[in-house]
Design a binder for this molecule. Structure first.
Ligand code: C5P
Length: 243
C-alpha cells in the first residue's frame, strides 16, 4: 500500500492503559498513517505515550482540542511541537486571535528549532452538538452555518484545516477551497457495525465528499482481524482516490 494512501488513515488509540496502547502500536504501525492520542490516554499516560509511538516509528495526532486564552493555547501548541507530534488541534470557537497567536508561535518555534511544523487543525462544532445545544449557549444559528463560518475563520487564521463530520465535508470543501485539510471521524466501512456513531458514511463516501484523512477506531479495534480491517479500509480509500 502506498504511503500517500496509508497517511490518510488515522487510528483512534482509544484505550486507557499504556501496555494496551503499545500492543496496538506494535500491531498497526506501518499499516496506518498516524495514531490519534486523545484526552483519556494522554491524561493517564502523558507524553510517554507519544514517545512510545514515535519509538515504534509511528506518528501522532494529539487530539487535545485546546480552547483557552490565546497565550495559553499558543504555549500548549508549542509544547505539542516539542513532543514532535504530526497533528494537533484546537477549538475554532476559541476565536481568530487564539488561532493566529498559535500560528505565529508555532511558526516561530519550528523555524528556530528546525522541528517539522505539525499540521494545525480546528474543531468547528462538535458532532455531538445539535441546534438545541447551540441555543443553550446563546448561539441562535443553524449548525451547518456555524460549521461553515468556523471553517472559514480557521482558514483565515492560517490553520491547515478542520476536524469535521464526513457529512459536513462537502460544505466545508465548497466554502474553503481545495487547499484545506478535512479530517473526518464517524466513518464506518460496509463490513462494520455503527457502534454509537449515528451520522456515518463509508470511507469512500467521505473521500468523495472531500475528506483528506479519516479517523477510524472501533471498525479496526473491534474487528476479529484488525490488520485485515485496516487493509480493507485502505483499499477503499485507494479506490475512492482513484475514481
Ligand atoms: O471508534 P470510532 O471509529 O467511532 O472512533 C472515532 C474517534 O473519533 C474517537 O476517538 C472519537 O472520540 C473521535 N471523534 C468522533 N466524532 C467527532 C469527533 C471525534 O467520533 N465528532
Amino acid at each position: 500500500m502506498k504511503q500517500e494512501v496509508r497517511d490518510r488513515l488515522i487510528f483512534a488509540l482509544d484505550v486507557d492503559e499504556f501496555s494496551v496502547a503499545e500492543e496496538w502500536v506494535e500491531k498497526l504501525h506501518g499499516k496506518v498513517g498516524l495514531f490519534k492520542v486523545g484526552k483519556q490516554l494522554f491524561t493517564r499516560c502523558g507524553p510517554e505515550v507519544v514517545k512510545m509511538i514515535q519509538d515504534h516509528g509511528g506518528g501522532v495526532f494529539l487530539d487535545l482540542k485546546y480552547h483557552d486564552i490565546p497565550n495559553t493555547v499558543a504555549k500548549a501548541a508549542v509544547e505539542a511541537c516539542r513532543l514532535g507530534v504530526k497533528i494537533f488541534n484546537v477549538h475554532a470557537l476559541g476565536g481568530e486571535a487564539m488561532m493566529r497567536k498559535t500560528v505565529d508561535e508555532v511558526h516561530a518555534y519550528c523555524l528556530e528549532t528546525g522541528i517539522e511544523r505539525p499540521m494545525m487543525l480546528a474543531v468547528t462544532i462538535l458532532t455531538s452538538s445539535t441546534e438545541e445545544t447551540l441555543r443553550g449557549v446563546g448561539i441562535d444559528r443553524p449548525v451547518a452555518e456555524m460549521v461553515t463560518r468556523l471553517a472559514q475563520l480557521t482558514k483565515t487564521a492560517g490553520f491547515d484545516g478542520v476536524v469535521a463530520s464526513p457529512q459536513e465535508a462537502a460544505l466545508i470543501r465548497a466554502a474553503c477551497g481545495d487547499n484545506f485539510a478535512i479530517v473526518t471521524p464517524g466513518v464506518r466501512p460496509a463490513f462494520s457495525t455503527m457502534d454509537d456513531q449515528k451520522r456515518v458514511t463509508t470511507p469512500a463516501e467521505a473521500i468523495a465528499a472531500g475528506a483528506t484523512a479519516l479517523v477510524v477506531g472501533r471498525p479496526i479495534s473491534a474487528a476479529t482481524d484488525p490488520l485485515d480491517a485496516a487493509g480493507k479500509i485502505l483499499d477503499e480509500i485507494e479506490a475512492a482516490l482513484a475514481s
